[in-house]
Design a protein around this ligand. Structure first.
Ligand code: BES
Ligand code: MN
Ligand code: ZN
Length: 500
């Protein structure tokens, strides 16, 4: 998708599809809709006035009405997309609504569209949201279908018409383009099946991306794991014929203060999770190709960071491995020594994510990270707790969490904070070792986070359990089903909050 930023009269744009947003100011349940089109352009108001007064369009959230040959406009079609009720509508709603427009255009074989930015919100935020939403909606996961119809949008114009701060809108547009494209990059990685996205291939993809955007990147194999004494990471890789990959990316800006923070981004990169000897049931096991979504989120975030150039140093580590049962596989009851020196009793080989992350976190600290964030499809329990609406977030430090909460306000992603009270530690106490790798049925997402906390030690840290959100089982009006790229936007904003 080619994206351009445009100013001037929307009425004069020759396009297959001109998109404009609306809200409804009616308050009572039974009161007639009072719809306003969110543009100062008279010609657009006129073109839509007919349909807006019939009452057949209520401007509900993501509701659409499509007009052909709109009078007085150069566009072939005019699409009105509803945001939330006027009192509730926010710049975030534009992200979804722009996506809805793209998802409507694709099956109709409309290859170009122009989106008129609403004149009611912060110009930078709304331009960013519109381009992100449109890019995200353009993604479809059917890559290997012989009958794949390439319905991608070829060109998208974001239009800042009269009454909008054009400079702010243009910078928001540019940010949104970078972040939206990076989120889609993450999704393409996550979408790949396990046989085509091995740890080695994930390492290659990261290295190619780093090369393209000027990041430092090194990919290490088993030898390095031994050298660093990464017993926890190594134990997971043991059962597979696929070699592990320890992916290390680095962004070092010239303008960062020498004594400033160093951010460590750690991602779980299990390219396929069978569960190992504690093997998973076959129902839905195919989904476990997305168990590298946390790692892919970090690679996508680094791609955006390399282009947005915040003034803060960032190191990212992705611990990539395949979790397989075999004669060489690690077993329940085994005791492993992690890089930090802590001993771990393995209770369940399916709790492998926390093991690869334990050593990833330790290595990020060794490389000088002063603040840590990790992302992982860590537990089914987080989906039981939060459903496919929110992902889980945990933190051992209030100030660091505040940075993340601020990031959420910008990204529009939904994460819900869960607790890390010391009392939960009891559930992962081992009789034979320092800690065990599972904590029983209750509070599964929390005990997994408690395990990681031991390896973040005294470094301020954020843990994102994205298992509930990394893969969407049903399409939405604004996005396809499949990999979501959740986390990318918030991680990028969290990083930028330290380097602006
Ligand atoms: N990769 C899974 C978690 C997962 C489940 C991700 C469903 C996405 C969808 C993780 O490695 C796992 O197997 N966790 C176990 C932990 C248990 C053994 C303590 C789980 O959630 O069942
Ligand atoms: Mn597992
Ligand atoms: Zn897993």
């Amino acid at each position: 998708m080619k994206t351009t930023f445009q100013t001037g009269d929307a009425a004069a744009i020759e396009t297959e599809l001109l998109v404009v947003f609306s809200t409804d100011a009616a308050t009572g349940k039974d009161s007639k809709p009072e719809i306003s089109l969110l543009t100062g352009e008279e010609a657009l108001q006129k073109a839509a006035s007919g349909v807006l007064t019939t009452g057949e369009f209520a401007s509900g959230s993501n509701e659409t009405v499509l007009l052909h040959a709109p009078a007085g406009l150069k566009a072939k079609r005019l699409l009105v997309v509803g945001l939330d009720k006027q009192a509730k509508a926010a710049a975030h709603d534009v992200r979804k609504a722009a996506g809805t427009a793209v998802r409507l255009a694709k099956p109709r074989k409309l290859r170009e569209l122009a989106i008129v930015l609403p004149n009611t919100f912060d110009a930078a935020a709304v331009a960013r949201a519109a381009v992100e939403g449109a890019l995200i909606a353009d993604f479809d996961p059917d890559t290997y279908r012989s009958d794949r119809k390439d319905q991608s949008i070829q060109s998208l114009a974001i239009v800042a018409a009269e009454g909008i701060d054009k400079k702010a809108a243009e910078s928001g547009f540019e940010e949104g383009r970078i972040i939206g494209e990076s989120q889609n990059f993450t999704r393409t990685l996550v979408n790949e099946p396990g046989n085509r996205m091995t740890p080695t291939i994930l390492g290659q993809k990261a290295a190619e991306m780093a090369q393209e955007f000027g990041l430092k990147c090194e990919v290490f194999g088993a030898e390095k794991l031994h050298e660093l004494k990464m017993g926890a990471f190594w134990s997971v890789t043991q059962g597979s014929d696929e070699p592990p990959a320890l992916i290390v990316m680095e962004y070092t800006p010239e303008n960062a203060p020498a004594d400033g923070p160093v951010l460590g981004l750690v991602g779980k990169g299990i390219t396929f999770d069978t569960g190992g000897i504690s093997i998973k049931p076959s129902d839905n096991m195919e989904k476990m190709k997305y168990d590298m979504a946390g790692g892919a989120a970090m690679i996508g975030a680094m791609r955006a960071i390399a282009q947005l150039k915040p003034a803060v140093k960032v190191i990212s580590i992705v611990t990539a491995a395949e979790n397989m049962p075999s004669g060489k596989a690690f077993k329940p009851g085994d005791v492993e020594i992690a890089m930090s020196g802590k001993s771990i009793e393995i209770i369940n080989t399916d709790a492998e994510g926390r093991l690869v992350l334990a050593d990833g976190l330790a290595y990020a600290r060794q490389l000088g990270a002063t603040h840590l964030i990790d992302a992982a499809t860590l537990t089914g329990a987080v989906a039981v707790a939060l459903g496919q609406i929110n992902a889980g977030v945990f933190s051992n430090d209030e100030d660091t969490y505040e940075h993340f909460a601020g990031a959420l306000a910008k990204s529009g992603e939904r994460f819900w904070r869960l607790p890390l009270d010391e009392e939960y530690r009891e559930q992962i106490r081992s009789d034979i070792a320092d800690i065990k790798n599972t904590g029983g049925r209750y509070g599964g997402a929390i005990t997994a986070a408690m395990f990681l906390k031991e390896f973040a030690e005294d470094t301020p840290w954020i843990h994102l359990d994205i298992a509930s959100m990394a893969w969407l089982d049903d399409a939405k009006a604004w996005t396809a089903k499949g990999p979501t790229g959740v986390g990318v936007r918030s991680i990028v904003e969290w990083v930028r909050s330290y380097g602006k």
